[in-house]
Write a new protein. Structure first.
Length: 122
């Protein structure tokens, strides 16, 4: 169980660090222009009124994903050393950081719930 969680956590860290690159469907402006990533936001025409909003959104996703992944790294280190409580606390922080994007990603929330259940059994 722990080994599977370690693998899942490693994958989650990678996914989280790439949120702004791999993205998800978000629309901007009254015409609901879909912008799927930071790269696509930066490629919008300079005269697109909502370009800056899209770029800022994806930059925030990038920062948030990295912050959540940093806490995930702490959880991974704790999990590898057998410290389930510290790992659960770090994953709590990751899922808290993720909350502004929870409509698009429940990556950290689901991992935290799994870890919380594991701690309860221990």
């Amino acid at each position: 169980m722990i080994d599977d969680l370690i693998i899942t956590l490693q994958q989650a860290i990678e996914i989280s660090r790439n949120w702004a690159k791999t993205g998800w469907s978000v629309t901007f402006g009254p015409r609901n222009t879909e912008v799927l990533s930071l790269e696509k936001a930066k490629a919008l025409p300079k005269n697109f009124v909502f370009r800056e909003e899209a770029v800022n959104y994806w930059r925030q996703a990038q920062l948030t994903g990295n912050d959540a992944a940093d806490s995930g790294e702490k959880a991974l280190k704790a999990l590898k050393s057998g410290n389930l409580g510290v790992a659960a606390d770090a994953l709590y922080l990751s899922q808290y950081i993720e909350q502004p994007f929870a409509g698009y990603s429940r990556l950290w929330y689901d991992l935290y719930e799994t870890m919380k259940a594991l701690v309860m059994k221990a």
